[in-house]
Structure formats: structure tokens, C-alpha cells
Design a protein around this ligand. Structure first.
Ligand SMILES: Cc1cc2nc3c(=O)[nH]c(=O)nc-3n(C[C@H](O)[C@H](O)[C@H](O)COP(=O)(O)OP(=O)(O)OC[C@H]3O[C@@H](n4cnc5c(N)ncnc54)[C@H](O)[C@@H]3O)c2cc1C
Length: 429
């Protein structure tokens, strides 16, 4: 499957200073390196950075520009945990590994903070995140979740908010309760990704942009090839997510590229912005096909939601997103939507991330299922550990079992569209 270019340009492209200046040069001629990384999102940049810090010679190849994929387009919400529930993880990998996965996600939150600090990445990070209940059953789910997080996982930065308490964070009549987490938060995802790429370059990584890898050969010395050049390496890491396409069919079958969308309003006056989101928290609702939103540093409401499993972009995207936004904040009826864009998520059947090896010296990170902002940088660190010979933590992720999407190349997408219709109906109950 070849994904069409999502709607562009995003608000992020407008507002990020391309710290590294214009595009880096494409890959031309033959090069040798210790590690080649394919894909310049957060996962690839983090893997490259952590490997360079360990003394490896690293080359990173990006088909477009750094941050072109989901990493530079996302909702920017940095949240604990994985996209799948802890209950599902326990069923898949047992209690001990499920606990370790949760702990690793919390380590991911700390890693994000330390990367920002250590490399002086100016990416507008703000603490606080709230999951909000749209229906009475969500209120019960949030209460159970808080208990489980505090008692089973000793994660004590969360607190349950009733409807009145929630208004101190989200001034909307739509929501019945909330689960606030002060360790989660939000940031400008493109600035963060570009910052990581600059840090990687400073640590010695060679970055080639505008080079799509079109061929890969395994072996003691794997090779990747673009239109005008090739890289030989000792270790190879694929971090192409939904954008990787059919280059590696065995891992492409495990994920499905799902289009999802974000809009940015015009900037709001400071008092008006504060009245909507008084603690400047990021917000995500509890529906399967969820609405999520937050304020940018220049006080635009960034509002995300909708998915397109058929990869068709919803027509009149800005209008339809505006309708959803007004359900949450009707007072914004006079505010213009200035930008609307989309990107592709790499979802797995179980919504757990998919890390693994294609050979002893060929690794991949994918399948973040819409919850990758924190786990991608962690994944990059873990794959660097694995390349350096300590795979224990990488293997906690690699042990998660994964199934191919059923239906083969032609039928799997229609089958998923049907499955998603079911979840849309469930959101109505
Ligand atoms: C609209 C949207 C909103 C989201 N919101 C959130 C959120 O609020 N919180 C959250 O946690 N997660 C969110 N996500 C998910 C999160 O953004 C992703 O999980 C994460 O960014 C994935 O990072 P990555 O590095 O694995 O892949 P990507 O960022 O997708 O990077 C992959 C890169 O690989 C390159 N590439 C692919 N194939 C090749 C090739 N053959 N040769 C060279 N380069 C190649 C691509 O061009 C691309 O730049 C969102 C995603 C989207 C699309």
C-alpha cells in the first residue's frame, strides 16, 4: 500500500524554526557505517542519537524531511502507558511483563524530559493531561482506572476529578468526570523531533534527507539503497512506521496506516484561552474514536479526532472538525479554523507496539498505534541498548505477540472499515 500525502501544511510547519536550516543532502554514492537507521521520526532520531552517544558511527536516511511522518504532525500529547489496556497486556504477556511495560512507559516520560533538558530542545513542553468521560460508563471506567494505577502500578500522579473539579481544567459541559495526570503533558511535536535530529547530528550522526530507501538486502553486512546511493552497515534499524510501505512485507502486514486529523484555530486572547483550559492541560476523551485537544504556545486550540481507515481524506475536513470542536466549546463559534492537516498512524491488531528483529543485526520499531510520542524515544533508546549487546529491555517489548491483519493486501482494509463501524456504533452507547 502506498499512502497518499496527508493534508499539509500543518500549523507545526508554520511555527517550527527548522533548526537545522534547509534540507540535508540526499544519499549519493556508496557509504559505510556501523548502524543505518531508516526513518527520521522520533523513533529513528532517538535510536540514532542513543547509538551515537555509545560511540557508533550512525547514518539516518529519511524519505522526505525529518519529522515529515506522524512525529511532526501529531496531537502532541505525552501520556503514560501504551495504546492498549494493561488488562489486554496481562492476557498477552502475563502480569510480570505487563508491569514492566507500564514501568518502561513511565521511564519514557522521564526520558522525554531529560532529552529536552540535556539537548536544550525548545518545544513548548507543558505538564498536565486529563482523560475525560463523555458517558456514565466512562465515569466508572475512570474510577477503576485510577484505583488500578495507584494500587497495582504505584502510579500516584493521577487523581480522579468529579464534574465540578474537572471545570478547573476543562471548562466544557460535555464531560462528566476526568482523570488528571500531572506527569503527562503536551509539546510541539515537530520542534521536539527536529531538536532530537539536531542533537543526533551534534553527536556525530550523518543525516540524509529526501532519500527513500527502495531496496534492502540482509546479511552480515546489510545494505539499503536509495535512487542515487547505498549504505552498507553492520546493524540496520527500520523506523518507517506507516510510511515504510511494502519495503519489508513481513512487518508491513502487522500494521495498518490509518489517517487521522488535527485542526488549529486562530490564536485566542489570553483570558479566553485560560477560560477554556485553565491549567493548560492536554485533554483526550474516552471514546474509541476520540477527540483530543490542547492549547499551543501561541494559544490556538489544536483539536484532533476522526480517523479514516479507508485512507480517503474526509471531505471538508476543517468544517467537520469545527463541528466537533463546537460540541466541546460552543463559545468558539466566532473563531476561525486556520489550518487542517492529517497524518498516518501505524496501528497493530492489538494496539500494542511491535518491536523486533528481522535478523540478528536487523531491528524494527513500529506499531505505536496512536500513542507513540513517549514510547518512540524510549524505543530508540532500547534498540540502541540491544545493538550494543544488552537486549533485555528491548525484548520485553519484542515478546509481545502480534498477528498479521487478516484479509491479504486487497481485503484487509475493507475488513477493518467494517470493524471500525462497529466501534463507532459502540461510541454512541
Ligand atoms: C494526527 C496524529 C496525531 C497523533 N497524536 C498523538 C498524540 O497526541 N500522542 C501520542 O502519543 N501519539 C500521537 N500520534 C502518534 C505518534 O505521532 C506516532 O506514534 C509517532 O510519531 C511515530 O513515530 P515514528 O518515528 O515511529 O514514525 P514517523 O514519525 O511516522 O516517522 C517515520 C519516518 O520514516 C520515513 N520513512 C518511511 N519509509 C521510508 C523509507 N523507505 N526510506 C526513508 N524514510 C522512510 C517517513 O518519511 C517518516 O518521516 C499521532 C499521530 C498522528 C498522525
Amino acid at each position: 500500500m502506498r499512502l497518499s500525502d496527508p493534508i499539509a501544511p500543518s500549523y507545526y510547519v508554520d511555527s517550527a524554526v527548522r533548526a537545522a536550516g534547509p534540507s540535508r543532502a540526499p544519499l549519493r554514492g556508496e557509504h559505510e557505517t556501523d548502524v543505518a537507521v531508516v526513518g527520521g521520526g522520533i523513533a529513528g532520531c532517538s535510536a540514532a542519537l542513543h547509538l551515537a552517544k555509545r560511540g557508533y558511527r550512525v547514518a539516518l536516511v529519511e524519505a522526505r524531511e525529518i519529522g515529515f511522518g506522524a512525529s511532526g504532525r501529531s496531537g502532541g500529547q505525552t501520556i503514560f502507558g501504551l495504546a492498549t489496556s494493561q488488562h489486554s497486556l496481562i492476557a498477552e504477556v502475563g502480569r510480570a511483563d505487563a508491569h514492566r511495560l507500564f514501568e518502561l512507559s513511565v521511564e519514557g516520560l522521564d526520558l522525554l524530559q531529560s532529552l529536552i533538558r540535556e539537548h536544550h530542545i525548545d518545544c513548548d513542553y507543558r505538564p498536565n493531561h486529563v482523560h475525560v468521560a463523555v458517558k456514565p460508563r466512562h465515569v466508572r471506567e475512570l474510577a477503576d482506572w485510577e484505583r488500578e494505577l495507584r494500587e497495582d502500578y504505584r502510579y500516584d500522579s493521577v487523581s480522579l476529578l468529579d464534574r465540578e473539579q474537572l471545570r478547573a481544567h476543562v471548562a466544557s459541559d460535555r464531560y462528566l468526570a476526568g482523570l488528571l495526570d500531572t506527569r503527562s503533558g503536551h509539546l510541539h511535536p515537530l520542534k521536539y523531533t527536529l531538536g532530537l535530529s539536531v542533537a543526533a547530528e551534534s553527536a556525530g550522526v550523518r543525516i540524509f534527507e529526501n532519500t527513500r530507501i527502495v531496496r534492502y538486502t540482509a546479511g552480515a553486512q546489510p545494505r539499503v539503497e536509495g535512487a542515487a546511493g547505498l549504505l552498507r552497515c553492520r546493524h540496520l534499524i527500520f523506523c518507517g512506521s506507516a510510511y515504510l510501505g511494502p519495503l519489508v512485507p513481513s512487518i508491513a502486514r502487522r500494521i495498518l496506516g490509518v489517517g487521522t486529523y488535527v485542526v488549529a484555530t486562530e490564536p485566542l486572547a489570553p483570558a479566553r484561552a485560560r477560560a477554556l483550559l485553565p491549567s493548560d492541560a492536554a485533554v483526550a476523551d474516552m471514546n474509541w474514536i476520540l477527540d483530543y485537544f490542547r492549547l499551543s504556545a501561541d494559544r490556538r486550540l489544536l483539536f484532533g479526532g476522526r480517523v479514516s481507515y479507508s485512507t480517503l481524506q474526509p471531505r471538508r475536513l476543517a468544517d467537520s472538525m469545527r463541528k466537533r470542536l463546537l460540541q466541546v466549546f460552543p463559545s468558539l463559534h466566532d473563531v476561525a479554523v486556520e489550518r487542517a492537516w492529517g497524518g498516518y498512524l501505524d496501528i497493530t491488531m492489538s494496539r500494542a507496539p511491535n518491536f523486533g528483529r528481522l535478523a540478528d543485526n536487523v531491528y524494527y520499531l513500529q506499531g505505536f498505534s496512536g500513542h507513540g510520542l513517549v514510547l518512540t524515544a524510549l524505543g530508540g533508546k532500547l534498540v540502541a541498548e540491544a545493538v550494543a549487546g544488552t537486549a533485555e529491555r528491548f525484548d520485553v517489548f519484542a515478546r509481545i505477540p502480534h498477528r498479521d491483519f487478516p484479509g491479504g493486501a486487497l481485503m484487509r482494509r475493507p475488513a477493518l472499515v467494517l470493524a471500525m463501524l462497529y466501534y463507532r456504533l459502540r461510541d454512541l452507547l
